[in-house]
Every structure is written in structure tokens, then in C-alpha cells.
Design a protein around this ligand. Structure first.
Ligand SMILES: Nc1ncnc2c1ncn2[C@@H]1O[C@H](COP(=O)(O)OP(=O)(O)OP(=O)(O)O)[C@@H](O)[C@H]1O
Ligand SMILES: O=P(O)(O)OC[C@H]1O[C@H](OP(=O)(O)OP(=O)(O)O)[C@H](O)[C@@H]1O
Ligand SMILES: O=C(O)c1cccnc1
Length: 491
């Protein structure tokens, strides 16, 4: 465990792509390191063909920024780097610059648990070019994965329609850090608990679990195994019934339930981990009800995801609690969110902000320029559209037009005075000082659930969800179009 312990206790400044450091060096050498810039972190497409995405990871980003410092070990490593000609890669004066580097960016971000959409900024960074640049890789690393898994978890928990979803992913997760981050993100997305005890300790997520087939196999009979388990945990008996024969397993669980009752204890439930889960859950339910255990819960697991869960609901499976591991924590079947971090504006030598676009053959890859924010409009408590707008725009008009960034024929008129609205980006750091109070993880989870309720179910269905309207405020749309035309030498 030394590697992970060191990774977390030491500086994380070198957890970056080498090119960020070579650019930082070149910015420094060319006198551009302090030039002010604005960058945005955003994604281009909802994952899993979802109609929405759930933001997660900001708390890690806050930690990263608060500890944004190159320590002696990092600097020693960088000092030892050599170019092909044997000369040091980095000038000692640059190493000294890094040593004295003091994080001083302004960071605004959408809060964790927010429902978000493509092309809208999740994080906006304003500050010295060199610092903005160095934040790219770690921020993307953090936000891409946690947002992806939180979205998967939200899709699953929405289909569970209020039934508890237990996250069982540790054994199949992408390594140690991936597992911890996935447990955190799964909880943000709506899971009730994790099986990962370390995630419980580190993040305060409720920890829960049943027992494995090996427990049953360690005894001469299933009944003996149930008895021994009940002896150790009389108040926490959920028996795994499918090791040998699911029906006989349920019969044994019922016998154990009767013995527990005699001792004034209660059978909490059974777990089924194989076979036709709709069929066996209904058979088990009937048996439990007939035997006088209507409160005993049926837990199901075995390669579940939102699609199988939804199908099992349609089949009226009698499942009360869902245990989901592999497909949740590995974000099956989309392994990356694909969020990017792009420069949106740069201050020139006269102190004037210059909006920036990166032109691409693929229009989806043309970013949105300028220092912008996102306003969400609500009608009767329901979110109706998001508008990306330049911060200095006068929005007092009776009617605003928002335009789809990739299809200008798609437009929507908004009457702001008839709607409630809120800005999605909130201040996190001002000149390097944290101004944001980090919510408790359990409160973030609640926020996810209540945020999702503000969206029409059409945006939340699994198949062909209705696309939520997100557009550019008209003047931003024109600014972007003109910049692209200029870059392509059309005007
Ligand atoms: N009624 C059902 N409708 C749709 N999918 C189901 C149903 N019952 C089970 N499943 C899913 O079908 C898949 C069955 O996989 P598989 O055949 O590997 O399991 P199994 O043979 O029953 O159990 P195991 O191999 O773990 O002993 C799982 O993903 C499971 O969640
Ligand atoms: O299926 P998941 O969603 O990942 O949920 C976690 C799985 O982990 C356990 O199985 P185990 O590791 O014993 O392997 P198994 O696939 O043979 O059941 C458990 O019994 C679940 O089936
Ligand atoms: O507690 C459980 O039942 C459990 C935990 C991890 C993986 N599978 C099941």
C-alpha cells in the first residue's frame, strides 16, 4: 500500500501530462506565464445515450487546488530531467519559479449533484495562463470519471424508483483510486450504500453487505451456515439462498427466520444472485409471505445495470433491494465521458479580454468563446432550458433568444420576467482563496435526487430521451460565428 499512501499524502503537482510542464516552461520563458486567461471544462455528449449528466468530482478538485504546490521532491525530480543533449530539461530559475508558485486563480463551478448538459461549463478557471494550463489534466482526470459514474448511478437509481441500490463494485473497479472515486460518485448519483469499507471510512458513505457463497460452502450444510451467521449477526440476517438450490435456500432461510423469531429477532431478507431473477424473486416472495415474513426483503444481484433493472421492474420482479457492482463502477458501456478543457479568452497587453475559439473540421469541436456562465430557467419549478451567456451581457430585455450552438435553426424564445432562473456556476475560489463551503456528501446525494425531480421524465427515460434545450444567448452566438468565420478567413 506504500504507493497509494505516498500518492495521497505527498504533493499531486506531478500528476499531470508532461506537455503541461513543457508548456508551462515555454510560457515562462516567453514571458506569458502571468498573462490572464479563461478556460472552461465541459463535455460534448451525455454518456450512455442519457438525456442528462450528473456533475461529480468538485470536492477532489477543491482539494487539488488547495494543495497546488510543488514540493521539494517534485522539484528535485524535475531538476534531474535531461534533454537528449544531456542538458537539464528545465532551467533552475524555472524550478525556483515553480517553488514559489502561489495558486491564485478564480474558479467557478457547478455544484456536485447538479444536472448538467453538453457544452455548458462545469468548471471555469480564470487566472495566470501557466496556472490555468497546469490545472487541465488533473481536473479532467477527476471530473471525467466521477461525473461518468455519478450519471450511471443516477440512471440506475431512477429506474429503481426509490428502492435502495447497494454499490458492490470494489472487486471489479478500475484499481484502488478508481474504486474509491466510483463509490463516492455512486453515492452522489443516488446509491444508498457501498460495500467498500475504505470509502465508508474516508467519505462517510453508509457501508452495507450480506455474505458470499464461500460462507455457505465453508459449512457442511446451507442450514448450518445460516445458523452460524445468525449467531454472529442476529440483527443483520440477509441470507444468500442460491448456492445449491434457490427454492431449498429460501426454505432454509424461512426456517432460520422462525428460529430468529423465537429469539425475538427478525429475518431481514434473502439475496438471490443467479438464475431468472423475476421468477425466483416472485417465488421467494410468495414463500416468505405465506410463511409469515411479509417484511423480509428480497435483494437481487448478478451483473445488473439500469436496463436489466428496468426490464425486471416491467416483469414485476418482487425485488426490494438491488446490489450492483461491475456495470456501475466501470461505467459500462461507456468507459469515458470525454470532457475537455479549452481556452475561452485571453487578456491582451492592453488589459482587454480577447475571446478565443479553436476551429475544427468537426463543428462539435468548436468551443464556446468568452467569459461565460449558464443560466437555468424554471417554469413552475420545472427546468425548461439552459442559456449560455457572456457575463457582461445585458439580460434585461423582455425576450431573449437562445440558439443551438450546432444548429442555428433550433431556437427558443425566453421571457425571463415570467420565469425563475439561477446561474449554474458558483464561486469556489477567488484569487486562490476558497470561498465555497463544501457540502456534506449525504447532502450532495439528496441534492442530486431533488435536482432530478425538477426535470421532466421525458429527459430521464432510458431510451431516446427528449433532448433538453441548451442554447447560446443571441449575442454570444453571433460572437462565436464571427470568430469562426474570421479564423477561416471569411471576413
Ligand atoms: N428475468 C430477467 N430478465 C432479464 N435479465 C435477467 C433476468 N434474470 C436475470 N437476468 C440477468 O441475466 C444475466 C444472467 O447471466 P448469467 O447467465 O451469467 O447468470 P446465471 O447463469 O443465472 O448465474 P451465474 O452464472 O452467476 O451462476 C444477468 O445479467 C442477470 O442480471
Ligand atoms: O455482478 P455485480 O453487479 O458485479 O455485483 C457484485 C457481484 O459480486 C459478487 O459475485 P462474485 O464476485 O462472487 O462473482 P460471481 O459473478 O461469480 O457471482 C456478488 O455475488 C455479485 O454477483
Ligand atoms: O455484500 C454483498 O452481498 C456483496 C458485496 C460485494 C460484492 N457482492 C456482494
Amino acid at each position: 500500500m506504500k504507493i497509494t499512501r505516498d500518492l495521497y499524502q505527498g504533493s499531486l503537482a506531478l500528476l499531470t501530462d508532461f506537455y503541461q510542464l513543457t508548456m508551462a516552461y515555454a510560457y515562462w520563458k516567453s514571458g506569458k506565464s502571468e498573462q490572464e486567461a479563461v478556460f472552461n471544462l465541459f463535455f460534448r455528449k451525455n454518456p450512455f445515450q442519457s438525456g442528462f449528466t450528473i456533475a461529480a468530482g468538485l470536492d477532489y478538485v477543491i482539494d487539488y487546488c488547495r494543495n497546488f504546490k510543488f514540493d521539494e521532491n517534485d522539484l528535485a525530480y524535475l531538476s534531474e530531467m535531461r534533454k537528449e543533449d544531456g542538458e537539464p530539461t528545465f532551467d533552475p530559475a524555472f524550478i525556483q519559479y515553480l517553488k514559489e508558485l502561489d495558486f491564485c486563480c478564480d474558479i467557478d463551478a457547478v455544484e456536485e449533484g447538479s444536472v448538467i448538459f453538453p457544452n455548458t461549463p462545469m468548471i471555469r478557471v480564470k487566472g495566470p495562463l501557466l496556472q490555468c494550463q497546469l490545472l487541465e489534466t488533473p481536473m479532467l482526470n477527476i471530473m471525467n470519471f466521477q461525473t461518468l459514474v455519478a450519471t450511471k448511478a443516477a440512471r440506475i437509481t431512477l429506474e429503481a424508483k426509490g428502492d435502495p441500490v447497494l454499490e458492490f463494485g470494489l472487486r471489479r473497479a478500475q484499481g484502488i483510486d478508481g474504486a474509491l472515486a466510483a463509490s463516492r460518485a455512486s453515492y452522489i448519483g443516488g446509491c444508498s450504500s457501498t460495500s467498500n469499507v475504505m470509502a465508508g471510512k474516508l467519505f462517510g458513505i453508509p457501508v452495507s453487505g450480506t455474505h458470499a457463497h464461500s460462507w455457505i460452502m465453508a459449512f457442511e450444510s446451507e442450514m448450518a451456515a445460516f445458523e452460524a451467521y445468525a449467531d454472529a449477526f442476529p440483527d443483520n440476517c440477509i441470507f444468500l439462498v442460491d448456492t445449491y438450490d434457490t427454492i431449498k435456500g429460501v426454505q432454509n432461510a424461512i426456517r432460520m427466520g422462525e428460529l430468529l423469531k423465537e429469539k425475538g429477532k427478525k429475518l431481514l431478507g434473502i439475496r438471490i444472485d443467479s438464475g431468472d431473477l423475476a421468477y425466483y424473486s416472485n417465488v421467494a416472495r410468495e414463500m416468505l409471505d405465506e410463511a409469515g415474513f411479509p417484511d423480509a426483503k428480497v435483494v437481487a444481484s448478478n451483473d445488473l445495470d439500469e436496463h436489466i433493472l428496468s426490464s425486471l421492474k416491467l416483469q414485476e420482479a418482487a425485488i426490494d433491494i438491488w446490489g450492483i457492482g461491475t456495470k456501475l463502477v466501470t461505467a459500462y458501456d461507456q468507459p469515458a465521458l470525454g470532457a475537455v478543457y479549452k481556452m475561452a479568452a485571453l487578456k491582451d497587453h492592453d488589459g482587454k479580454w480577447v475571446p478565443k475559439v479553436k476551429v475544427s473540421q468537426q463543428s462539435i469541436k468548436i468551443n464556446i468563446p468568452g467569459y461565460h456562465n449558464v443560466k437555468r430557467f424554471y417554469k413552475n419549478g420545472k427546468a425548461v432550458s439552459d442559456m449560455i451567456y457572456l457575463e457582461n451581457t445585458d439580460l434585461s430585455a423582455q425576450e431573449l433568444t437562445i440558439i443551438d450552438p450546432y444548429d442555428p435553426t433550433k431556437r427558443k424564445k425566453i421571457s425571463p420576467d415570467q420565469l425563475e432562473s439561477k446561474d449554474m456556476l458558483v464561486p469556489i475560489f477567488v484569487k486562490g482563496e476558497k470561498v465555497y463551503t463544501r457540502p456534506l456528501l449525504a447532502d450532495i446525494r439528496q441534492k442530486t435526487l431533488s435536482n432530478l425531480e425538477k426535470f421532466d421524465k421525458a429527459h430521464k427515460r432510458l431510451i431516446n430521451p427528449h433532448i433538453y434545450p441548451v442554447g447560446l444567448e443571441e449575442s454570444l452566438y453571433h460572437l462565436r460565428t464571427n470568430l469562426v468565420l474570421q479564423a477561416k478567413n471569411f471576413n
